[in-house]
Each structure stands twice: as C-alpha cells, then as structure tokens.
Design a protein around this ligand. Sequence first.
Ligand code: THU
Length: 146
Amino acid sequence: MSKDYNKSELIRAAFEAQKKSYAPYSRFEVGAALLTAEGDIYGGCNIENASYPACNCAERTAFYRAVFDGKRHFTAIAIVGKLREKEEFDFCAPCGICRQVMTEFCDPEKFEVVLARTPEEYKVYLLAELIPLWFTGKDMEVDVNE
Ligand code: THU
C-alpha cells in the first residue's frame, strides 16, 4: 500500500527542479524531488560535465543537498526526465548508481520512487523492487549510526 503524502505536489517540485537541469551534452533534462521524513522537499537536477563520468544525476543532487542540510530520513522521491526538444516523454527510471545511493539512506522496503509524466500520471515503486538484493553497510557489519 502506498504511503500518505501528496504525490502531485512532489511531482510538481520535480518539474520545477527539472528547469535547473544543466544538460548541454545529452540534452536529457531530469528533475527530482526528495521528500524527507520531516516533510521537507529537496529538488535536484542533473548536472553534466565535458568529462562525462563527472556528470551527476538529478536524484543524487537531491540526496546530496538534503544530506548536506542534515537530513537522513526520507519517504519518497519523484523523478521526471525528457529530451529538451521533445514534447512527448515516457517515465524516467533512476540509474543503477542512484538506486545504490538511495539504499544508503532509505529502507528499500519502505522508500517509494515515483516516476511521473504529469502530476496526475505516475507510477509508484518500492525501492526494493528497483534494486533487489541491495548491498549496504549491514553486509559489512557496519552500523552507520555509530
Ligand atoms: N539522468 C538523471 O539525472 N537521472 C536519471 O534517472 C537518468 C539519467 C541524467 C544523467 C545525464 O545527465 C542524462 O540524464 C543522460 O544520461
């Protein structure tokens, strides 16, 4: 069962974040909006670089902004993405690296990933569905809260 938070509001925040996208190379503009357990929303956009491996995805921008602000508990993330020149676009799923970053701070069996095309048209996944057999500090017997 999906959690009780305003998904349309979160998706709108992702569309706002998408406007900040810096994607001169791929022209694929992504926005993400991360909802904290406290109810705050952190936007993130993809930030590209001429040295391609230095590119940062929208989802990680949102997480890193939130963590820098002292946030460690998260409820959900909404994601939107499309090619700059296209009107039509499909659901944009997070890349593998972003899924891994999400597992660092979120319980995969609780955290929700909202893929959206409009504030009303979206799909909700549990992070566990997107990254089964996830690997975290627990596998190394590390307690990150110590
Ligand atoms: N990208 C994201 O920001 N998030 C995703 O979920 C998929 C891919 C970015 C990375 C790069 O700037 C561009 O989209 C093309 O891969």
